[in-house]
Unconditional design. Sequence first.
Lengths: 304, 256
Amino acid sequence: MQIYLPIAEVSVNAFLLLGLGGLVGILSGMFGVGGGFLMTPLLFFIGIPPAVAVATEANQIVASSFSGVLAHFKRKTVDLRMGLVLLVGGLFGAALGVQLFNALKAIGQVDLLVKLSYVIFLSIIGSLMFVESMRAILKTRGGAAVPTRRKHTWIHNLPFKMKFRTSGLYISVIPPLIVGVFVGILAAIMGVGGGFIMVPAMIYLLGMPTKVVVGTSLFQIIFVTAFTTLMHATTNYTVDMGLAVLLLVGGVIGAQIGARIGVKLKAEQLRILLAIMVLAVCAKLGLDLLLEPAELYELGAGGH
Amino acid sequence: MLRRTLALLTLLALPTQVSAGEEVIAGLSQNRVAITATFVGSEILIFGAVKRESPPPGTGDLNVVVVVEGPSHPVTVRRKEKRYGIWINTDAVKVDQAPSFYAIATSAPFEQAISETEDLRHHISIPRSVRLVGEAGTAPDIESFSQAVIRIRSASGLYKLEEGAVEVQQDTLFNTSVTLPSNLTEGEYTARIFLTRQGAIVSEFETQIEVQKVGLERWIFNLAHERPLVYGILSLVIAIAAGWTASAAFRLLLRS
């Protein structure tokens, strides 16, 4: 069934969108990742304009994180104070990101910005994940070693200290603010939640206890992506409601299925699968930039 | 009335025509195309007849040329070049006149159906209708940019020349169909029908086709452009509601 998307102004098969949403949903359920970083490039591949894909994906992330954050609130695993500090940084970063996005859109380089950011981040994440899960597989064969965490780093010497009770931390607000800004920029440019950057940063950089990390990052992601959605909607008119809903319905159901598959499979093997997939998407995007395109010219709307 | 005046004007404009007195009359199967959520394109039938006061002159073959043209918007054409190892957009040229849709159907090979002079005067062929009016580019070879517009739009089915697609019966009745693809731009489309003899235009008929997003599509598009903040908030609310409903429904489905 073909469906005409009013904002993207393309006709796409509705089942393809539901299927894509479902597929990415299954993956995100299996691996516990947001899935934005897989969905946005997949939308490029099926012919959705990158600007629309990024803005709409931000909208979808708000919704798919919503029920997650409610569950974490119930379990009291959200560090609200830390979440708010991250959020302040995030909003600032998102505003900055949208400005950059619009400036490059005006000179016709926004596709390049988005694709290049994806190639860089997917290649880093994909290879890190690949190496790490390979190591984990080898380790489980040869006896596990527990990694020790450093107790005191330079981060603890920065000014503007604040008490984060839920996390049991007394640290400077500067590192979480910087993390927030960085994640906000990514949200605006790439249409991702940024959990894949924020979660490791919270654990290793800020030293937050693992149990509050996911809830707190989801809390920040919801508000930052909601803000990003509104910014894109008001300055670029690129949020496609219909597209978001279709992807979401597939995604939510997929996530539930994925979570059930995930518990039955071995974590390391899953990780390696995800890593390979991330690298494959990255390679496709990278090749598009490296190889001579069949059509050198590109039409853009309007003049400037 | 208008048709009469038009025919009269044509007569005045071409006083030396041998075949004066022939007039083309045409109709369309639809004058409105509605883009709905499930729009997959549309086919418009164009049919008509040649009206004569006297028996047809025996000079040359009679031909019919049908042109359906979408609204024209300026287009920025960008060209990729290899810089720092990757292909990035470099030169940009603004093509001021480029119809969003352009279909030509003729009853004979194009050159035979209409002469070069008439094409020049009435902007009929595709290269004649994509024009660079003002100087608005950074590239030296501006021509190749307008050619790119034609190439890209032809590839996506927006520009097409169908020679021999108009069927003419007994030099009097004719019909053809023009397929509008699903990736249409909305706006006012014009259908022009030319009656030619020996490549010269004898009579011309013009009518409009309204292409519009309707219903939900129209509403969403308008809201997004006119009240973007409301639209943004609404999309967030709808997405959250849809996500929550889908997960609740799925859980219910599993439990039962």
